[in-house]
Write a protein that binds this ligand. Sequence first.
Ligand code: FES
Length: 138
Amino acid sequence: MALLPVEELPEGEMRRVTVGDLDLLLVHPPTGILAIDDRCPHMSAPLSIGKLDECVLFCPLHNGRFDLETGGVVQMPTTGGLDPVGVSHPTWSPPGAESKPEPPGKKAEARRLTRVRWLRYYPVRIVAGQIEVAVPEI
Ligand code: FES
């Protein structure tokens, strides 16, 4: 499905495109154009309002950072939790500061058990100057 003329997505840019109920992020790092979910693999914040630095995508909500080349985590979200392979990470505290106290009850448990997933990619090709993405059938 053609989603955007290629000249509208220069290197270093990203663009949210919605197809049905699917929100995609077209992103153009130095390695080439990619399509991923416009949802952070932590708690679903829209990555399209985050920041792109070379091949690293910054989430606007909890400072998670994701590598577009590998799909993995560069920096865990500040809330901590489980990384994609199930390793547990504590809530982030500024360097030199005392660890933040855990929130009470279910909120601490939810943070501890929330897993950051790998980025989800969709196949992309450029045809006749258009960015085409293979989106799942609805
Ligand atoms: S929603 Fe993106 S880091 Fe939490």
